[in-house]
Design a protein around this ligand. Sequence first.
Ligand SMILES: Cc1cc2nc3c(=O)[nH]c(=O)nc-3n(C[C@H](O)[C@H](O)[C@H](O)COP(=O)(O)O)c2cc1C
Length: 161
Amino acid sequence: MRENDFIVSKTDTAGRLSYCNRIFIEFSGYSEQELLGQQHNIIRHPDMPRSVIHLLWQTLKSGEEFFGYVKNMTKEGAFYWVFATVTPSYSVDDSNTIIGFFSVRRKPDLNKLKIIEPVYQQMLDAEKTAGSRDAISAGTQVLTEIIEPTGKDYREFILSL
Ligand SMILES: Cc1cc2nc3c(=O)[nH]c(=O)nc-3n(C[C@H](O)[C@H](O)[C@H](O)COP(=O)(O)O)c2cc1C
């Protein structure tokens, strides 16, 4: 990503794309028609631990904003790293009702990626060893063991890197 790029997307409550900005379309390698209505996992990269995605959805469903480093995959199979903020959108009529989500992504700091990449690798390895059924708890445990000694929660940890 370039210094001043913002990659923006919006989804419905089920994670289906309802809006992508021009830079999203450019990076993804898909056309707007190919993206709209599709699940956001269209750009999922296999190197992203399932437990990070799980944490993203848990955070959103509890009404909170998620921050995280995400490796995405283009249509051609290349990858690009982003620092993502993913946020619930609330109904104007009922401030408790989530009507969808949106995400804004910026260029990640390369020094921070050097910290995150091995963490994700450890999480992925743990997920693979644990097998499909226990993958999320195994990956989450790796992350917890890394964060706990810092005395921070996930959000504080990510934002303090
Ligand atoms: C607003 C929003 C933005 C998302 N952005 C990404 C993203 O950039 N990359 C990604 O892999 N998943 C993203 N997700 C999560 C995907 O919806 C999906 O859960 C994930 O790609 C894993 O795919 P799976 O649930 O089929 O395993 C986003 C979800 C929402 C609601």
